[in-house]
Design a protein around this ligand. Structure first.
Ligand SMILES: [Ca+2]
Ligand SMILES: [Ca+2]
Ligand SMILES: [Ca+2]
Length: 82
């Protein structure tokens, strides 16, 4: 019943969440900014737009220029750690 999941490329495999935010104040994280290659700069961004705890939009900024190269629906194969 789940739709085929698009995956995004990331710079590395070592996900570290640099930023987690609860933008709507319901107590659940809905914005993640993660560093996947250990250089301390975020390159994976995820948004839970309907606050159900599951990521709706994933963006990967492969060259870290601030503009995401890949944008997919869902978690892009990179579910956030709870
Ligand atoms: Ca929230
Ligand atoms: Ca990085
Ligand atoms: Ca969601």
């Amino acid at each position: 019943m789940s739709e085929p999941q698009e995956t995004v490329e990331t710079r590395g495999d070592e996900r570290v969440d640099l930023l987690k935010m609860d933008t709507d104040g319901d107590g659940k994280t809905d914005l993640w900014a993660a560093d996947t290659d250990g250089d301390g700069k975020p390159d994976l961004f995820q948004f839970d737009t309907d606050s159900d705890g599951k990521v709706n939009v994933t963006m990967s900024d492969l060259d870290e220029d601030g503009t995401p190269e890949q944008v997919v629906e869902g978690d892009g194969g990179h579910p956030p750690t709870p």
